[in-house]
Ligand binder design. Structure first.
Ligand SMILES: Nc1ncnc2c1ncn2[C@@H]1O[C@H](COP(=O)(O)OP(=O)(O)OP(=O)(O)O)[C@@H](O)[C@H]1O
Ligand SMILES: [Mg+2]
Length: 225
């Protein structure tokens, strides 16, 4: 099975090289845990390797995301956008089909291999009830896999610590789940992550601290919590 490196040092080692190609992976976390940065790093590092990516923003205007990432990190995201290696797509929040069409055309016309959806929690607005949401989500992930795309979809969680984790239906549908935490320790908070599941491959079962710095996310495998 081919693995797609996420471009996050330490996490790729935890996954034995990366995530299985064409799988859909959820990145779940509370506010400010690093979900959007995770997604942008996956696309940016992919673009540098020659794999085209598309960022589907359901939460913030994509222009604003580019500005924030340009300010936060030492990456030349704008250059990759200009070269056509990174597509920033704004979709109509209440039109599910519009999003499907946009993804399909970017994959067809631009040969996109990596897709990020930020956040899937916003997708719930497209549907009347949980049953319709589950069906729509299942169809979306299945569709992305069928067009040979490896997807990272972020999920907003109302908690930041492992002990309070409650799973939703999304975690059962996706091929893989990565949890981001922001855990209180004395008078500060420590960022940590774990791989909850990854179909089709072995992975680390440990929880490791990670940093967000000017070069992005970086998991500290030698440190214990
Ligand atoms: N260069 C940097 N050095 C240190 N920390 C940074 C840097 N750039 C961004 N951060 C931190 O990364 C954190 C996470 O940002 P990000 O927007 O990716 O999280 P998020 O989970 O998407 O948040 P939200 O729930 O608001 O969507 C921010 O709190 C910010 O302080
Ligand atoms: Mg975000």
């Amino acid at each position: 099975m081919k693995k797609i490196p996420l471009g996050i040092p330490g996490l790729d080692e935890m996954l034995g090289g990366g995530v299985p190609e064409n799988h859909s992976i959820l990145v779940c976390g509370g506010p400010g845990t690093g979900k959007t940065s995770f997604g942008m790093q996956y696309l940016y590092k992919g673009a540098l390797m020659g794999e085209k990516g598309a960022f589907i923003s359901l939460e913030q205007k994509s222009k604003r995301i580019v500005e924030d990432v340009q300010n936060a990190f030492s990456w030349n995201v704008e250059e990759e956008i200009e070269k056509g290696n990174l597509l920033m797509l704004d979709v109509d929040r209440y039109n599910f089909q519009n999003m499907i069409d946009l993804v399909q055309s970017s994959v067809m016309h631009h040969k996109v291999k990596r897709v990020v959806i930020d956040t899937i929690t916003m997708l719930r607005l497209f549907f009347r009830d949980d049953y319709e949401f589950r069906k729509g989500l299942f169809n979306l992930l299945d569709f992305l896999s069928s067009i040979n795309v490896t997807t990272i979809a972020t999920v907003e969680k109302p908690y930041s610590v492992r002990e309070e984790a409650v799973f939703g239906l999304e975690e059962f549908i996706a091929d893989g789940v990565i949890m981001l935490y922001n855990m209180p320790k004395k008078n500060q908070r420590i960022r940590a992550l774990e791989v909850l599941k990854m179909r089709g491959t072995d992975h680390s079962k440990s929880i490791y601290p990670f940093q967000i710095a000017s070069d992005g996310l970086n998991v500290l495998l030698e440190e214990v919590l």
